[in-house]
Design a protein around this ligand. Sequence first.
Ligand code: HEM
Ligand SMILES: [Ca+2]
Length: 690
Amino acid sequence: NPETCNALISLVNILYYRERQNEKSYDEMYVMSHGTNSNKKCRFIQDSIEQLGFGTICEPTLSTSCPIHTKEIDTNMSNSNFQTIHNVPVVCHVTSRVCNHDNKYRTLDGSCNNVENPTWGRAIIAQRRVLPNAYDDGFGQPRTRGCNGPLPSARHVSNVIHSTDSSTFDLEPSLSYLFVQFGQFLAHDFVETKLFTGPDGNPLMCCDQDKDHAQCNPITIPQDDKNFPPGGCLNFARSNSLIDCSLVRQAINSQTSFLDLSIVYGPSEEESRHLRTFYGGKMKTVLNKLPVDYAENTCSLSRPAVADKYYCPLSGDARSNEMPGLTSMHTLYVREHNRIADGLASVNPHLTDETLFEEARKINIAIWQHVVYSEYLPLLLSDKTLTKYKLKVKSTGFQDFYDKTLDPSVSNAFAVAAFRYGHTQVHKVIGMMDNDSKNIIEPQPLEKHFFEPILYHSFNDSGMDSMLRWSSSERCPLTDRKIENSIRTKLFLDDHMNSFDLISINIQRGRDHGKPGYNAFRQWCNLSQVQHFTTDIGGLVDHDKQTADLLQQVYACPDDIDLFTGFISEKRSPGSLLGPTGQCIIASEFQRVRNGDRFFYERQDSANPSTGFTEAQLNSIKKSKLAALVCRNTNTTQIQPDVFTVPYRFTQTLTRNVPKNCSSWEDIDFKLWKQPLENSIRNVITQLLG
Ligand code: HEM
Ligand SMILES: [Ca+2]
């Protein structure tokens, strides 16, 4: 009876609403003193801070009963609600919402994934350290000291080790540019480190009016620089951070560490609300593209004619307009979500918006995780590494590595260095291709398209389809120490010809986070220590002679080598794009984010089976490839099965990876998700009675 059915649906909605209201009141993080020992702790903190010359943190009247501050942390964390040291909030202990562990679905902010440690992996917590910090003062001052005086300027390192002559720029033999675009999107799902801003929320101008700001750490331009004013200064604001119970500064991750498409759905209830239609479980779109960002100007649309016609697209991540290829990746996953929601609704017309949304989200995340582990990782890491870290996906059936003692929160070393490896694969151009493999436009310089969604909006709103096709058929730059000028000298080039160098930012960011150098991480990876700059035993055994000489030219001793520079300049290990240090940090992070994820798609959780899939559903999900996603969500008619390698015409092996007609891909079998109507009604009644 449709009337009864509708009445029940309304009641369920009310229940959901109540549940969410309850949760929300707990969804706060608190600055707290520590348990029974709070007095001692408080005195310790106060004394240490006074010794550091920062003034008093515990108010004198409260020093006998340490103050418990219960102010909510806002996403910028730069407000004045906290006890702060130079604007950095002191966050001793983070509490989470009260978790409902029977919940079938992940929370949006990632909390409650781990039953005993609900904050692990969630958004807005500190990035994890695998090694003690290497701050100059042991607490928070950037690493600037080397073994024999100051470390070299990050820009100097970038110039000597990472510059390239564009005319001889090498390409990967078969890796496609979609691998790079996907890699950036994947990186963002792990981590977002926001920067300190001025009181008005504007970026700090560390080479101008804000040069004395405590959160500035500008980069010195060497005297022989060919691109930036010699002896000048490159802007660099320190990362949004907190100060933990041991008084150590820790960078904050504003996304969830889980591979949960938090960049698509938004890393909080609040952000996700702006992205949903609340109808049919669907996400908002405009002409099948991302919806309009009314709130802030997250893109530039600098050309007046363009500004009238187009808009800045909105996603679950503030960085999605950084380049149109990235915006396209976001759109691909929003389209896939809506397609799944429609597919589910077609077999379950009685389901509410909320259930359709969560079920579609769950399937979308599962497909995403499957593509990451079955298509992306095997091209990045060698077979030996995949086996050592047990990272291989089974082609069918369950696999369970869950370990509740593992904290899946992203590590500093991965975020600030290792997974920035993708910067070496960034191209100097971006192009568009039609269905007959012909370029629609001449490939354009990348620097003209930072924060400009013109290509995305162009060609009758099919710009993204053409960009994805171009990316999957174009080879990407070689994974090595040399970086294209589009990001090494022309990053975010503006009309006044101001720009940045992403590589010196990477190096400076590592120092800003007090991350130890390359040698310390070699030790962590059980690799030999580098004691001299030759490539002989006891030296730079994983580098070639030319690179070792350049490293010696820049650094006073091997311990000074920055992690990014050290690992990206290693020789590749057989079967991998990276050398041993990069592989070690990246493999252990992918292992951790899988083994520490209670909702990982391959799992069968006997304690709570509804968090996973039935075997038939899982096998249907495992048939998905990224090629199929491109096919079913764009106007593409044919594409090669492995979209991360270019089609045969480049590799010249005519039998491999030949483009296939899009109709040959099997879709998810939605019938496997059909819920008997009686069951749904029984559930509602049980809930009402319960
Ligand atoms: C057009 C291409 C790309 C551009 C313009 C770009 C630009 C940037 C910028 C400006 C940052 C922030 C730097 C800072 O202030 O510390 C960043 C961070 C990062 N990038 Fe890229 N990137 C690109 C591609 C990639 C790729 C392909 C990967 C990996 C495969 C990657 C991985 C990362 C990671 C892990 C971070 C740290 C994120 C965070 O903690 O916020 N990027 N990138
Ligand atoms: Ca995430």
